[in-house]
Design a binder for this molecule. Structure first.
Ligand SMILES: [Zn+2]
Ligand SMILES: [Zn+2]
Length: 340
């Protein structure tokens, strides 16, 4: 069967692989749609800390069930499902608290193990999630991205009527937007790229801001009203300057969640945090979020449809990776998918 193999940084090409077989507790699935994630591009560039080579990438998957044993979820052959790509040990401290997204022995499909950029794969049945409405394979492939936003909104405990600032209007930020709107929040999205701001507005943001043209903290306070800042700030950029700016944008007693991955030191004055008693939180992957993600499609399907902006055939994979790599975010892509 065909697979797309990243043999070393900057070298991705179609290859022939042996057919997978489903072990006990696993299902065999046919991959129809694969989202390309920022982390896939990091792996392509050789910058991903956990990817070794050769590797078949792909953790954002819309699939069809080919072989499955009777199971608790009631999933049967022919079902269209999405895959929660986290494999956890089940016994470490995070796992014992049902926080398997922080498992000390975590394996993410397509990062630590070979993933779904292949015609067929075998996956644990308990990692499959069946939608409540009939979704397309592209929509199913979007679910993993959305799960990050659902998790961040859960971490922030966003409430109806609250003001939420989202820094970053890429796929993660836009997923946060829909998850926050679903809670009844009012949302301001900050992004220097006009296309991302347009997408945020069309998906239901209350307002958008270009943080290069305007002072973000001032604009946030004006927008948020008398409480002195946003009740919640979600950072989906991952650079020191935006992470440091979250504190200034948050209302006194507000909550900040850092989603963007940043390996550098971030200068934060703890006294600024303390003066407002801001809760500074982090978030990682997602945990138990997929049912809530699938529920988002019941009420927000039109908004979510704006996220898959580019679709390509699987055989175009090499060209697509090179194009995304060279465009460096300038290609107007929110989410690109490869389709079988
Ligand atoms: Zn991803
Ligand atoms: Zn564990």
């Amino acid at each position: 069967m065909r697979a797309l193999l990243l043999s070393e940084p900057l070298a991705i090409a179609p290859t022939e692989r042996d057919e997978p077989t489903a072990k006990l507790g696993e299902a065999l699935v046919k991959v129809h749609s694969i989202g390309i994630c920022g982390s896939d591009l990091h792996a392509f560039r050789g910058h991903h800390p956990f990817v070794s080579y050769p590797r078949v990438l792909g953790h954002e998957l819309g699939v069809e069930v080919l072989e499955i044993r009777p199971n608790e979820q009631g999933i049967v052959v022919g079902d269209k499902v999405c895959i929660e790509p986290i494999l956890a040990c089940g016994t470490c401290f995070p796992c014992r608290q049902q926080r398997y997204n922080c498992c000390t022995a975590i394996k993410v499909l397509g990062i630590h193990t070979d993933g779904g950029m292949a015609e067929r794969i075998a996956v644990p049945i308990n990692r499959l999630h069946k939608p409540t409405v009939d979704l397309t394979y592209d929509e199913l492939a979007l679910c993993e991205t959305l799960s990050i936003g659902v998790q961040a909104v859960k971490r922030a405990n966003v409430q109806a009527g609250e003001s939420v600032l989202i820094m970053g209007g890429g796929p993660i930020g836009l997923g946060c937007l829909v998850a926050a709107l679903d809670k009844g929040a009012r949302v301001l999205v900050s992004d220097p790229i006009a296309k991302n701001r347009e997408a945020a507005m069309s998906m239901g943001a209350d307002a958008v801001v270009d943080p290069v043209a305007e002072d973000l903290a001032t604009r946030t306070r004006e927008w948020a009203g008398p409480d002195g800042g946003a009740h919640v700030v979600l950072e989906a950029v991952g650079v020191p300057a935006t992470i440091a700016a979250t504190i200034d944008c948050a209302a006194p007693t507000g909550r900040v969640v850092i989603i963007g991955v940043c390996k550098e030191q971030v200068p934060i004055k703890i006294s600024d945090l303390m003066r407002k008693e801001v809760a500074l939180l982090t978030t990682r992957n997602s945990c138990g979020a997929f049912p809530a993600v699938l529920k988002l499609f019941e009420n927000h399907r039109a908004a979510l449809a704006k996220m898959v902006t580019h679709q390509f055939g699987f055989d175009e994979g090499t060209r697509v990776f090179n194009w995304l790599h060279e465009a460096r975010g300038g290609a107007g892509v929110i989410k690109a998918v490869l389709q079988f």
